[in-house]
Design a protein around this ligand. Structure first.
Ligand code: GSH
Length: 232
């Protein structure tokens, strides 16, 4: 049996959930609280989630999980064999995980209006002290991360210009077909989708998405093709 261990509201959950849904592989979900960090570190020393447990075997990074799933359950492939296409899928997945991720996180959890709505959702299941305390420290903690990464040093206006350039890039890629790489759904679509799905929870980023109907249609296509029990 597969168990996906997750924190609430992480885009990386959705990338893996949709991959498993598409391949028709049943899995259980276990959600951990931010207050459970020590228990999480017992199976993943980085303290990060998601983590995948498969009959006692652990995989602890969503990219590693995606490759593990693809190797273990090769039907309905999501990572192409062709080296050029495989390279393109890798580059797009890495762009989503290592660039778009910081935009969605910064916009959802540190910008006015979005922060007040999304942080309570993130901590809704924590014990009462942490439900009170975490909203006071999470925005500052995330700002520290994005300042170190770089984007957190830009003005909000500049960040939104960048975000629109990213959405526009996907819009441009969709001029050539229904999916980002070649003519079929791949891990690249799921990774980028997962970040744009989080953009929807930030009013300023969602307004950008809404200006690109081909991107909205592509997101709907992914939802139809990979639906299951995701979205918690
Ligand atoms: N590269 C990792 C990133 C996972 C990640 O950053 N997860 C966040 C939640 S969105 C996390 O666990 N944060 C807690 C922490 O950094 O301590 C992956 O692809 O799985």
């Amino acid at each position: 049996m597969l168990t996906l261990h997750q924190y609430h509201l992480s885009p990386f959950n959705e990338k893996i959930q949709r991959m498993l849904n598409y391949k028709g592989i049943p899995f259980e979900e276990r959600y951990w609280l931010l207050g459970d960090r020590k228990k999480v570190e017992a199976f993943n020393p980085t303290g990060k989630l998601p983590a995948l447990e498969h009959d006692g075997h652990w995989v602890c990074d969503s990219t590693d999980m995606a490759h593990y799933i693809e190797q273990t359950f090769p039907d309905k492939p999501l990572i192409p064999d062709d080296p050029a296409l495989r390279g393109m899928v890798h580059v797009l997945e890495d762009w989503a995980d290592e660039s778009l991720y910081f935009y969605e996180m910064h916009l959802r959890f540190t910008t006015p209006g979005n922060q007040e709505r999304n942080i309570p959702r993130m901590v809704a299941n924590e014990k009462s002290f942490l439900r009170w305390f975490l909203p006071k420290v999470i925005p500052g903690g995330i700002r520290k991360i994005t300042r170190t990464q770089g984007i957190g040093r830009k003005s909000l206006d500049q960040l939104l210009v960048d975000a629109e350039r990213h959405v526009c890039a996907v819009d441009g890629m969709l001029n050539q077909g229904d999916w980002l790489v070649a003519d079929q759904l791949s891990l690249a679509d799921l990774a980028v989708y997962a970040m744009f799905q989080c953009f929807r929870d930030a009013d300023n980023a969602n307004a950008i998405l809404q200006r690109y109907p081909s991107v909205i249609d592509w997101m709907a296509r992914i939802e139809t093709t990979t639906s299951g029990n995701e979205g918690k």
